[in-house]
Design a protein around this ligand. Structure first.
Ligand code: 6GU
Length: 249
């Protein structure tokens, strides 16, 4: 997998690319990642990359020429070009799985007040990471390349994925490590028992409880196993959720 990030601020990616799992994935050559400086592509004598908006108004607008020449210098028939922006399709774990299938992602970071709208005619998709506004697309590009990189085969161990938040439509169960008693706050007894089947059921039940408490929306269109239905009935009793509050039919 190759990820090219097009930006006016390539230095923002130095720490990101050279730390922890992303660094390891690059050193193992499981991903190739580069931050490309859009300004290097400007034809302008003064190296300008933005201009005043036609029709007037606040702020500066990124010009077509440097942005699209930068994209063209990198794009092949196997590239998918994604524009980072708050008006895009919302990124989630399912999209991360979709994007990891691509050979080459080009993540284009907009900045300043905006970019020339014609740039959208040359990209495959616009992607947003959530309902809030960032000063630029760089942090969104880091979020997307991080979420995609960790799904590349060999980057992290396989079992880590299966239990994760969102992978099974639930939030991940809580985990604990030593000591078993921290200032009177005890680890649930079943986790110390070595009883693997009981531990599995406990974790599934706690996943259901956490999801009900903080993300009941994730339970709306769920296809339930019999075991999940039974454990969720127990959770609803324990949490004192009244029948008409059930989001969970
Ligand atoms: Cl991709 N860009 C910007 N500027 N703001 C955002 C975003 C992207 N996603 C959410 N907010």
């Amino acid at each position: 997998m190759r990820i090219s990030i097009l930006t006016l601020f390539p230095e923002m990616f130095d720490g990101f690319m050279n730390t922890s799992i992303i660094k390891k994935a690059r050193l193992k050559e499981l991903v190739q990642m580069e931050a490309v400086d859009i300004r290097e592509f400007t034809d302008d004598r003064h190296r300008r990359v933005d201009e005043y908006p036609f029709g007037g108004g606040q702020g500066m607008i990124m010009k077509c020429q440097p942005v699209l020449d930068c994209v063209d210098s990198l794009r092949t028939e196997n590239s998918r070009v994604l524009l980072m922006g708050p008006t895009g399709r919302r990124f989630d774990q399912a999209m991360a799985h979709e994007l990891v299938q691509e050979q080459h992602l080009i993540l284009l970071c907009g900045h300043y007040e905006g970019l020339d709208a014609r740039i959208r005619e040359f990209v495959d998709d616009e992607v947003s990471i959530g309902d809030y506004v960032l000063t630029g697309g760089e942090i969104a590009a880091m979020v997307i390349s991080d979420a995609v990189t960790r799904l590349v085969d060999g980057v992290i161990t396989e079992q880590s994925h299966l239990d994760e938040s969102f992978e099974n439509g639930l939030l991940e169960y809580p985990q604990y490590t030593r000591p078993a008693d921290y200032k009177g706050h005890r680890v649930p007894e079943v986790l110390l028992s070595g009883h693997h089947e009981k531990i599995r059921q406990f974790r599934l039940k706690e996943s259901l409880r956490l999801t009900l408490r903080v993300r009941p929306d994730l339970l709306k269109n769920r296809v339930w196993t019999l075991e999940e239905q039974r454990l969720m009935e127990e959770v609803l009793q324990e949490e004192n959720v009244l029948p008409d509050e059930k989001t969970v039919e």
